[in-house]
Design a protein around this ligand. Structure first.
Ligand code: NAP
Length: 289
């Protein structure tokens, strides 16, 4: 569809943004559905974030994604936050809504939560009340831990971290969602038992990401077994060393590409009101790799 005077822009606020797959994902979906939208990556330095959000608001943007380093900084700049965004303490999606009196409000959402959960839907029965472990304690781990606590009420949820203090801040901040006192923090060096006895293991560190594809966040692959689900948030490569080694031991595996596309699909629906054509998008991303 040609860009014309009716085209509705959607942006990505980040710094840097050149590596982002979001323009490919969303423009593929807009074209596939013949929607007159365009998605552009907008590099915005932290000191310019307020001006950028004001700019998008008056320039008629439908919405935007928000990525590193702005996911926290954008929170005071929105008019309304979703429950998930407030709980995780991060926003990855803005929606600009025009009210009846022509005022425009800014809604902040965190679609990483639903994007993480969607690929787990077919395992829900196994996951309710199960013991689990999350490797890493950064921004993605926050969304994952909140999603797991609020959806599956796990019997145990171990945050496995290199920097224990950071993991303790995370568990402290999410304690109000931990109805069963499931949260615990364990240093990476001491986590073998927690990994072996978890039904779900999530990698929320960047370990294994291209170009360091020979690295695994959990190199002791004999700790994996059938009956486990191993979920890697890393999406490039689409099959990481962690997933390959877990699959050889009989575990079910989920790659980060599924989450990447599911979180994008949730943002896409916020902006357009339509479901994303996820198979076409996945094919476009795999062809790009
Ligand atoms: P982040 O905030 O920088 O956190 C990274 C975490 O990994 C921290 O806890 C960090 O530990 C830990 N870590 C980093 N290097 C490590 C190492 N060598 N050994 C042990 N731990 C290490 O990053 P993030 O935003 O949470 O993202 C994490 C990963 O998830 C990235 O690969 C990102 O691409 C991926 N992700 C994927 C999706 C998706 O849609 N698939 C969405 C979001 C994120 P310290 O605290 O000790 O530094």
């Amino acid at each position: 569809m040609a860009i014309d005077a009716h085209t509705r822009p959607v942006g990505l606020l980040g710094y840097p943004v050149e590596h982002s797959l979001s323009p490919l994902i969303h423009n593929t979906a807009f074209r596939r559905l013949q929607l007159n939208y365009v998605y552009v990556a907008l590099p915005v330095a932290p000191s310019d974030l307020g001006a950028a959000v004001k700019g998008l608001r008056v320039l008629g943007f439908t919405g935007s994604n928000v990525t590193i380093p702005h996911k926290q900084g954008v929170m005071p700049l929105v008019d309304e936050l979703s429950v998930q965004a407030r709980a995780v303490g991060a926003v990855n999606t803005l929606v600009f809504r025009r009210l009846e009196d022509e005022r425009i409000t800014v809604y902040g959402e965190n679609t990483d939560v639903v994007g993480f959960l969607d690929p787990l839907a077919s395992y829900a029965e196994r996951l309710h009340g199960a013991p689990m472990a999350v490797l890493g304690a950064g921004g993605a781990a926050r969304a994952v831990v909140y999603a797991l606590l609020s959806t599956f009420r796990p019997a145990r949820l171990t945050v496995v971290a290199r920097t224990v203090e950071r993991a303790e801040r995370l568990t402290h901040d999410l304690a109000s969602y931990d109805e069963r006192s499931a949260l615990e923090v364990v240093h990476m060096d001491d986590a073998a038992q927690a990994i072996r006895s978890s039904v779900l293991i999530v990698n929320a560190t960047p370990l294994g990401m291209s170009p360091a594809v020979e690295v695994s966040p959990w190199p002791a692959a004999d700790d994996f077994s059938s009956g486990q689900i191993v979920y890697d948030l890393v999406y490039n490569p689409s099959e990481t060393r962690l997933l390959r080694e877990a699959a050889v031991r009989g575990a079910s595996t989920i790659g980060g590409l599924d989450m990447l596309i599911c979180q994008a699909a949730a943002s896409f629906t916020e902006w357009t009101g339509k479901p994303m054509p996820v198979e076409a998008v996945k094919a476009a991303v795999l062809a790009y790799f």
